[in-house]
Write a protein that binds this ligand. Structure first.
Ligand SMILES: Cc1cc2nc3c(=O)[nH]c(=O)nc-3n(C[C@H](O)[C@H](O)[C@H](O)COP(=O)(O)OP(=O)(O)OC[C@H]3O[C@@H](n4cnc5c(N)ncnc54)[C@H](O)[C@@H]3O)c2cc1C
Length: 390
């Protein structure tokens, strides 16, 4: 595996960094304060072809891979956006792009992927439910046959980007748990219109990631046409895992870029701020060491994420690497943003220093899209071959 970026990868990283810097930290601070969707930067990202880096060329993409997506997200996060920019890529590049390009019919690919690439069409994904939580196999949302199509009923929680989305990838049971041999059977993915009759949503007030609304979603007899099934009817679980694991790669990239940014802001501050003896506070090991620790952790997360992405791009198993990368990146970004705040003292708590948003936003990703505990469960069971504990 070669982790030296080639010229094309350096070029797309530069493009992403330039876009990120053009918008800058103040753009994100204002959107965060107003809880506004980052439409302008997303359009700029699409105009530069970056949202579609991994999509096939015949559908408006660049035919590159998940590694390039990770590089782009990292650069955007590091140049001002922070971790929430990863969610724009999760919603569109992953929930829309991976599900369609890997599992949809040619007709659906033709209809939607060029619009995803141009930014005309936005996506979101509805898996989590109030009752089942992390136990995704116990979802209660069901899709029952009605004529040649389906009627979907259920409730989803925390669904991000719903108000702006044109399409929602809904995960539903098409067979009840008691109708199948394995709990992983009987699950299907549907790509439906977000404004379809019977689908309603209400926002949830939350700590951070304010530029993207997260919502309760109610599905009340919502129609799905037969060609809106994405992947294999009743056997969508394995296919969904590709969507969820690539989501982790993008999450990690956003976190790695966030830690880069937080450390940069904190180092600049520490090298400038003088309190005692007329020397910068950055002279003290008490300030340096925690940041050096965060840096080291973040470098490990970056490498693990590149490994996960490279394995995915080579059609090799990558689930463990995607999970491990996300675990370490969550810790690294938490440490980096927290220490950045501490380094800045009272200014770290001020909105104008910018790190408080990075700190609030990064905290989410120790819980979502998969919690640290569920990753540790995965590692214990799959990598260490220990008994399943739950
Ligand atoms: C802001 C935000 C945005 C989100 N966006 C989306 C979205 O767009 N689409 C979507 O489908 N979902 C979304 N989610 C949902 C997210 O994926 C879940 O919140 C996450 O998977 C955890 O599920 P839960 O909140 O139900 O926690 P629970 O499953 O209730 O878990 C609660 C706690 O118990 C722990 N726990 C549970 N089971 C075990 C176990 N077996 N062993 C050890 N510990 C355990 C968990 O780790 C956690 O700490 C979002 C969530 C948030 C907060």
């Amino acid at each position: 595996m070669d982790f030296i970026l080639n010229d094309e990868q350096k070029m797309i990283a530069d493009t992403a960094r330039r876009i990120g810097e053009d918008f800058g930290l103040e753009y994100w601070r204002e959107l965060d304060a107003n809880k506004s969707f980052p439409a302008e930067i997303w359009q700029a990202i699409c105009d530069a072809g970056l949202s579609a880096a991994a999509l096939p060329q015949e559908y408006g993409g660049s035919g590159l891979g998940m590694l390039e997506v990770a590089i782009v997200v990292e650069a955007l996060a590091a140049s001002g956006a922070g971790s929430t920019v990863g969610q724009l890529f999760m919603n569109n590049t992953i929930f829309g792009g991976v599900s369609l390009s890997r599992f949809a019919s040619d007709a659906l690919k033709q209809a939607y992927l060029p619009k995803l690439a141009s930014g005309e069409m936005l996506f979101c994904m509805a898996l989590t439910e109030p009752n089942s939580g992390s136990n995704s196999l116990e979802i209660e949302t069901n899709a029952r046959r009605d004529g040649d199509g389906f009627r979907i009923n259920g409730r989803k929680m925390w669904i991000t980007g719903v108000p702006q989305a044109h399409k929602m990838l809904v995960i539903a049971r098409t067979k009840r748990v008691d109708e199948v041999q394995r709990r992983t059977d009987g699950i299907s993915m549907f790509l439906i219109d977000r404004d379809r009759e019977g689908l309603s949503h209400t926002p949830i007030d939350k700590v951070g990631t304010n530029t993207l609304t997260s919502s309760m979603v109610y599905l009340d007899n919502v129609w799905a046409a037969p060609d809106e099934v994405i992947g294999t009817l009743d056997s969508g679980w394995r296919e969904l895992l590709d969507v969820l694991n690539t989501e982790r790669i993008v999450t990690t990239a956003g976190l790695v870029g966030t830690a880069d940014l937080a450390l940069r802001l904190a180092v600049d501050y520490a090298n400038d701020r003088k309190v005692f003896r007329n020397v910068p506070i950055g002279t003290y090991q008490g300030i340096q060491f925690p940041m050096a620790q965060a840096y080291a952790l973040n470098e490990a997360a970056r490498l693990m994420n590149y490994k996960a992405a490279t394995l995915y791009d080579n059609d090799m198993p990558y689930g463990a690497e995607a999970n491990v990368g996300k675990l370490i990146a969550g810790e690294a970004a938490q440490l980096a943003t927290d220490r950045a705040m501490q380094t800045m003292g009272g200014m770290g708590y001020a909105k104008e220093s910018y790190v408080e948003r990075l700190w609030r936003d990064a905290r989410l990703f120790r819980i979502a899209p998969i919690s640290e505990e569920m990753i540790l469960n995965y590692i214990a069971q799959h990598n260490l071959k220990m008994p399943r504990s739950y």
